[in-house]
Design a protein around this ligand. Structure first.
Ligand SMILES: Cc1cc2nc3c(=O)[nH]c(=O)nc-3n(C[C@H](O)[C@H](O)[C@H](O)COP(=O)(O)OP(=O)(O)OC[C@H]3O[C@@H](n4cnc5c(N)ncnc54)[C@H](O)[C@@H]3O)c2cc1C
Length: 619
C-alpha cells in the first residue's frame, strides 16, 4: 500500500519565536473522495505551518548526523521496515521515512538532541516513539521518523515489595505479559491490565494511559505510576515523580528543561484553575486531551499550604509520546485478590442491562464486563479459535461449557448481553452484605438467569470470550474489518440505556453491523463496525459516522476517548469535548514541553493528518 500523505500542521509558538514556513512538493495522493470538513485546529497566537511532511532530509544524512553523535542501533529506510511501521491496530496506513531502533537509552537521548537541533533547520522532521504498535488510534504512526523504543529497551530492572505492594521498575519496551508473570509469582498484579496485555508493552500502556476491566476499581495505568524517567526536548533524562510543595519549589529554582516546564505548567494551572476544573470529563475513564485537572492533587491554594502533590507523571502518562520519551517506568502492583465471586448475568433487553449495571456498581466490584450476542455467536461458530489459547483437555471442557450454557441454561436463546461481575468477597462481608442477596437483587433487576459461576471451566469460558471479544469480531465477516474509530466511547452509567438506544438506531441508519463488548461498570463500550476497507466509499462513511456517533456520546455527557487515547482518529474531534479555551491550554502545555515540535506532532493537539487520505485500503 502506498504511503498516505499529510496535509497540514499548525504549531503554537511563543510570539518571540520566528514564524517558520516550509513549503515542499507534496507526494500526497489526492483524496479519492471529497473530504467532509473536519473540525479545524483552533487558531492560536502564532503558528508554524508545515505544509507537507515529505523528504526533509535523506536517510543517509540523518544517519550521518546520528552516528557522528554516537547513536547506536538501526537507522534504516529499507522498504520492508518502513512498511512494517506503516500500520498499527488502527484504521490508518502512514509510511515513515526512517526507522530508528536505538540499542540503549543514551542513543534515544542522542536522537532527541540531534532532532531537536535539526528541526530548527528542517521543521518537517520529528520523532514518534513506538512500542509494540498495538494502539487502536494511530498514535505510533508518522510520516517522519519512528523510534522503536521496544526493540532493545525491554528489560525488567527490579521488583521491590513494601507495605503490601510490589514496585516494579522496568524499561518501557518490557512486554506486559512478562511483567505480569514475575509479579504473579510473588502474588501481585498490575490492575489496569488491558485486553492486549499478551501483545503490548508497559511503556506503550503508560504512554496511552491504558485501562482494562479492573480499572473500574483501580483506575488507569497512570494511577499505578510511581515514577518515570523521561527524555525531554533538551535530550536529557529526568526522573519525574509526585512532589510536595517544598520539593516543587526546590525543583523550579533550576534552569533545566524539567524545571522550566514544571514552573510553566504550575503557573498555567494556577491561572486557569476554574476553567481546568470545569473541563474535567464527567466519566470515570478518560484519555482525551492532557489531564491538567490531575496534575495537582488538591486545590492550588491548599498545595501552596503544603497539602497534596504536584505530579507531572499524570501529564506524561497518556501523552502518547508528544511531550517526551519514557525510558524507565516504576509501577505499583497490588495483591491478587484471592476470594472473589464471578456472577454471570444474561440480559435479554437493554433496560435490564442498565438496571443490572447500576445495581452491580453499588457493591464496589472489581470489574463489571460485558459482551453481546454477536460476540458469543462468533465464539460458538469458531470453536477452533480457542484451540491455540487453551491446553488440550481444557479446550474441550471450555467448549462443552460454552455449548451447554447456551443450550441448557439459556434455552438456545442468546442473551442480548452477558454481564460478568467480579465481587470481592471480603469487601462484601465487611459491609455486612451477602452474595446470595446480591444475586437475588440482580435477578429482580432483570437478569433472570443470574447465577454465581462455580465451575472453573465455565468461568474460563466466559473470560475467554470476553478477553477475545475484539478478535472474535474479526471472524464475523472475513471480507470486512472491525474498524476502530467508535470503539472508545463512554458515558456516565446512568445514561447507559439512552445512549445505547441511540447508538443502535444509528447503526441501523448506516446499515452497519458492530459487535459490542467493553467495561459495563463504566458504561464504556467498544463498538467495532464491520467495514470493507477495499471499498472507495468507506473513508467518507467513517468521517460521517464519527461525527454523528461522537455527538451522541457528548449529548449524554460522555467521552469519545475512554482508554485508547486520541491518536490520529480522535485528535481532530477534541473540539467536540472541550472549549476553545481548554484546547488552547492543551496546546500551550504541549508547547511548553516541546517548543520545537520534536515529539509526535499531530497527536493530541494540532491535528495534521488528513484522515480521509490516511485510511488503509486493506481489510
Ligand atoms: C486486541 C486489542 C485489545 C486492546 N485492548 C485494550 C484495552 O483493553 N485497554 C486499552 O487501554 N487499550 C487496549 N488496546 C490498545 C493498546 O493495545 C494499548 O493501549 C497498549 O497499551 C499500547 O501498547 P503498545 O506497546 O502497543 O504501544 P504503542 O501502540 O506502540 O504506542 C502507544 C502510544 O504510546 C507512544 N509511545 C510508545 N512508547 C513510548 C515511550 N517509550 N515514550 C513515550 N511515548 C511512547 C506511541 O507514540 C503511541 O502514541 C487494545 C489493542 C488491541 C489490538
Amino acid at each position: 500500500m502506498s504511503s498516505r500523505a499529510i496535509v497540514k500542521s499548525k504549531k503554537v509558538v511563543k510570539s518571540t519565536v520566528k514564524r517558520r514556513k516550509v513549503s515542499r512538493p507534496s507526494t500526497s495522493k489526492s483524496p479519492r473522495v471529497a473530504a467532509p470538513a473536519l473540525p479545524a485546529p483552533k487558531p492560536s497566537a502564532v503558528h508554524i505551518e508545515r505544509s507537507t511532511k515529505r523528504e526533509p532530509l535523506g536517510h543517509l544524512l540523518v544517519e550521518k548526523l546520528l552516528r557522528e553523535s554516537g547513536f547506536k542501533g538501526v537507522v534504516s529506510s529499507a522498504a520492508e521496515l518502513l512498511e512494517k511501521y506503516s500500520t498499527d491496530e488502527s484504521i490508518f496506513h502512514i509510511k515513515p521515512q526512517i526507522v530508528l531502533q536505538p540499542e540503549d537509552k543514551r542513543s534515544v537521548e542522542i536522537a532527541v538532541a540531534v532532532l531537536g537541533k535539526e528541526t530548527k533547520r528542517f521543521p518537517s522532521l520529528s520523532l514518534t516513539p513506538r512500542a509494540a504498535g498495538t494502539g487502536l488510534g494511530g498514535g505510533s504512526l508518522t510520516d517522519s521518523i519512528v523510534i522503536d523504543i521496544a526493540a532493545h529497551l525491554n528489560k525488567i530492572i527490579e521488583i521491590k515489595e513494601k507495605d503490601g505492594f510490589a514496585y516494579i521498575t522496568c524499561e518501557p519496551g518490557t512486554p506486559w505479559r512478562e511483567a505480569e508473570k514475575v509479579l504473579k509469582a510473588k502474588g501481585y498484579y498490575l490492575p489496569s491490565y488491558p485486553a492486549s496485555k499478551q501483545i503490548c508493552t508497559i511503556g506503550g500502556a503508560v504512554a496511552n494511559n491504558a485501562a482494562g476491566p479492573d480499572s473500574l476499581r483501580y483506575g488507569h495505568t497512570a494511577d499505578s505510576v510511581e515514577s518515570l524517567d523521561v527524555i525531554l526536548q533538551d535530550g536529557h533524562t529526568y526522573t519525574i515523580k509526585p512532589l510536595s510543595f517544598k520539593e516543587f519549589k526546590q525543583l523550579i529554582k533550576g534552569q533545566d528543561a524539567l524545571a522550566k516546564a514544571a514552573d510553566a505548567t504550575f503557573k498555567l494551572i494556577e491561572k486557569n484553575e476554574t476553567v481546568i476544573k470545569n473541563a474535567k470529563p464527567k466519566t470515570a475513564k478518560n484519555t482525551s486531551g492532557y489531564p491538567l485537572w490531575s496534575v495537582i492533587s488538591t486545590s492550588v491554594a491548599e498545595f501552596k499550604k503544603g497539602k497534596g502533590v504536584f505530579d507531572l507523571t499524570r501529564l506524561i502518562s497518556g501523552s502518547q509520546g508528544t511531550i517526551g520519551i519514557i525510558t524507565s517506568v516504576t509501577l505499583r502492583a497490588v495483591p491478587i485478590a484471592k476470594d472473589t465471586t464471578l456472577i454471570a448475568v444474561p440480559v435479554f433487553d437493554l433496560s435490564s442491562a442498565s438496571r443490572v449495571v447500576l445495581e452491580a456498581i453499588k457493591h464496589d466490584p472489581i470489574n463489571v464486563e460485558v459482551f453481546d450476542s454477536l460476540t458469543y455467536d462468533s465464539a460458538m461458530k469458531n470453536p477452533q479459535f480457542f484451540r491455540s489459547r487453551l491446553p488440550s483437555l481444557d479446550y474441550y471442557r471450555v467448549l462443552l461449557s460454552m455449548y451447554t450454557t447456551f443450550h441448557v441454561r439459556w434455552n438456545r436463546r442468546l442473551p442480548e448481553f452477558v454481564l460478568l461481575i467480579t465481587l470481592d468477597e471480603k469487601a462484601i462481608a465487611k459491609k455486612g452484605a451477602k452474595i446470595e442477596d446480591i444475586v437475588n437483587i440482580l435477578q429482580v433487576k432483570g437478569g433472570r438467569g443470574t447465577r454465581v459461576i462455580t465451575n472453573p471451566y465455565e468461568r474460563e469460558m466466559f473470560w475467554q470470550v470476553r478477553d477475545a471479544s475484539y478478535l472474535l469480531s474479526k471472524l464475523l465477516d472475513p471480507k470486512k474489518r472491525p474498524a476502530a474509530f467508535l470503539e472508545d466511547m463512554t458515558v456516565p452509567p446512568e445514561h447507559l440505556a439512552k445512549f445505547f438506544t441511540d447508538i443502535k438506531y444509528l447503526l441501523k441508519k448506516y446499515n452497519v453491523t458492530a459487535a459490542v463488548h467493553g467495561h459495563g461498570g463504566n458504561a464504556h463500550f467498544h463498538f467495532y463496525p464491520l467495514l470493507d476497507f477495499t471499498s472507495r466509499s468507506t473513508p467518507a462513511l467513517i468521517i460521517k459516522m464519527a461525527e454523528e456517533f461522537f455527538a451522541t456520546a457528548i449529548k449524554y455527557h460522555g467521552n469519545i476517548c475512554g482508554e485508547h487515547n486520541d491518536g490520529i482518529i480522535r485528535t481532530p474531534y477534541l473540539s467536540k469535548m472541550y472549549s476553545n479555551q481548554v484546547l488552547e491550554l492543551f496546546r500551550t502545555v504541549e508547547h511548553t514541553f516541546d517548543p520545537d515540535d520534536i515529539f509526535n506532532p499531530g497527536k493530541k493537539v494540532n491535528p495534521r493528518f488528513d484522515i480521509l487520505s490516511s485510511i488503509r485500503h486493506t481489510n
